[in-house]
Design a protein. Structure first.
Lengths: 338, 338
DNA sequence: CTGTTAGCGCATTCAC
DNA sequence: GTGAATGCGCTAACAG
């Protein structure tokens, strides 16, 4: 037995296991002297408490899960950064799971977490998710969940979002101010609350500026990149093609660029694009792209903080609360590179 | 006790706990009939085995750790994607830890993993890492580790890299073929093996093409973005400023763009830039950027596969083996957008 | 084929 | 202050 555990420490010090345990957890009724001895030996032998035994006993894992639709996208990368930073502060571990925008996978992942492997969940919904029984099961099992960005309205808990309606309004107004008359809205899903908000902002901005919302200009893409590519191409091939594009998702802005390049459409002369994108590099590398950028890092941090604070008070269920952070519109003025 | 565990199942079926356990693990010496009954009841009551009890008993956690310098970068995002995909296949969980390029944090994270929380580790080194005792400790504790991209030469294990020397050579040759005479090499660290390889390729390409390597054109930046920005600015302000840039890291390519924009330097007329970058969007959004792209997703997958295969044979230490995948040079020809 | 027993490492209750 | 005993939920060795 070269494994160093409480038993081993106890034996070497001629103490009981329980005494050692209490000494290490700094219990009040252990003499200063024994504490010192125990702690010293523990350090010397590099004692590492077994996390599973501890979790088994205490019914707490010091672990949370992040469940994301995907990760190859700057928004979620930054969010993970924020979450991980806070988790290290609170001394928690972070498990990561990707749903690939697939409802079945999302449900399966969540059901696997009902066994207590994690103390809480941070999550952004998959595009496909409509049925939310798996989320309810989580709550029934008293595992708190916090949503960020892609929230679920019908679950009572903390939700971190940005001012999506306002951003949609601003983005659209920006295109209008640049002279666009026929503005298309590209979206993945009518399902997600954030997209509904953004679209509402888009529509209201049109109306406010005496333009007529035209359903024909609302293009619903999906996770199949090729199909989406084709849809955009079709849109751009039409008689009265749009002169402005509001892409509600980063990937769709990128697809627009691809299509424009293919079709030799000049940006921003022929078509102006504004993208709901967190791609720092997008705004850096191409002056033609105006972006709406979410504070992804801070959203991750806020979500994590809310969760950890809730975990401190295990009995109180999470109150329904919206935390709204602000997105930023970043307009790149032309540089020498245009 | 509304918690459903083996004891509960056993009681309801008038069986012994061990019988239930064996039935659920599909042991051969349990009758078909009891198996059926047990499995049915387990399903009915939605029995979820406690992962901690299992891990405690079996000394295996079905969990691996990914340790990364950072994540706000397309390369690591894609790598995580690959890893997570393979992990789901092998039925493993994935913990994620970020070092922020900080050696102390890296060592601390690894030491926390010595307690058996994970069965194995996938890792890309921090830039700062020179002392590798923490990595050795991991091996001494029989926790296998696989490196990808930023590998550690002096640890015997599986390492996934790309053809960095060749890529450095190609990138530099590409700039030379475009007429560049004074090519600068931007790097973060002389420490990382990948950067040494890339630099060697860069230097050899110069020599091969009868250009004289000039140490003055080798610019060592660091994680402090502002400082690096200044260094690049200084380089670009000089009398004989370079006409070609080879950025060995994505972020440095981006900084070059920023500086060029600031200084009204035209890309690619005044300066050509080739970036070691996985930013798909970089190549999409700006035709001026030629990129060298690593197969990040596949690298993640390969690393994970190697690790999981090793975990299947616990007694055999991992053999020292290099798996080299190929990077791609993506040249964007000018589009209507230039 | 099934039951009994033991123990993984730790925290906690109850003695003294 | 400290020790002995118990059990978290599960698997595995042994017995029959």
């Amino acid at each position: 037995m070269d494994h160093v555990n409480l038993k081993r420490l106890a034996k070497e010090l001629n103490l009981a296991v329980s005494t050692v345990s209490r000494a290490l957890s700094d219990s009040h009724d252990i003499s200063i002297e024994t504490k010192r001895k125990v702690i010293n030996l523990a350090k010397e032998l590099n004692y590492q408490p077994n996390p599973f035994a501890r979790s088994l006993r205490k019914r707490s894992s010091k672990t949370i899960a992040i469940i994301l639709p995907e990760i190859a996208n700057n928004y979620f990368s930054l969010a993970i950064n924020g979450i991980e930073e806070v988790a290290q502060d609170y001394d928690y571990h972070v498990l990561i799971y990707l749903t690939h925008e697939n409802h079945a996978k999302e449900a399966s992942i969540i059901r696997h977490l009902l066994n207590g492997r994690v103390d809480g969940v941070l999550m952004s919904l998959s595009i496909e998710t409509e049925d939310i029984t798996h989320l309810q099961e989580l709550q029934e099992n008293n595992i708190p969940i916090v949503f960020f960005d892609r929230i679920c309205d019908s679950i009572d808990t903390v939700k971190i979002t940005t001012n999506d309606y306002e951003s949609g309004y601003l983005a659209t107004s920006h295109l209008i101010s640049k002279g666009c008359k026929n503005i298309a809205y590209l979206t993945f899903s009518g399902n997600l609350s954030i997209e509904r908000q953004r679209m509402k902002g888009y529509q209201d901005a049109l109306i406010q500026h005496n333009l007529v919302p035209n359903d024909h200009y609302i293009v619903r893409c999906n996770t199949n990149t090729k199909e989406s590519h084709t849809k955009i191409k079709t849109l751009f091939s039409e008689e009265n093609r749009p002169d402005g594009i509001f892409a509600s998702v980063e990937l769709l802005a990128i697809l627009c660029y691809e299509v424009c390049a293919e079709m030799k459409i000049n940006i921003p002369n022929d078509i102006k694009i504004i993208g709901f994108s967190n791609l720092r590099t997008a705004s850096l590398l191409n002056p033609a792209l105006t972006t709406i950028t979410q504070p992804a890092f801070d959203m991750g941090k806020e979500a994590a903080k809310a969760l950890f604070e809730a975990l401190k008070k295990p009995q109180i269920p999470m109150e329904n609360r919206n935390i709204v952070l602000r997105s930023t519109l970043i307009e790149r003025v032309s540089t020498s590179n245009t």
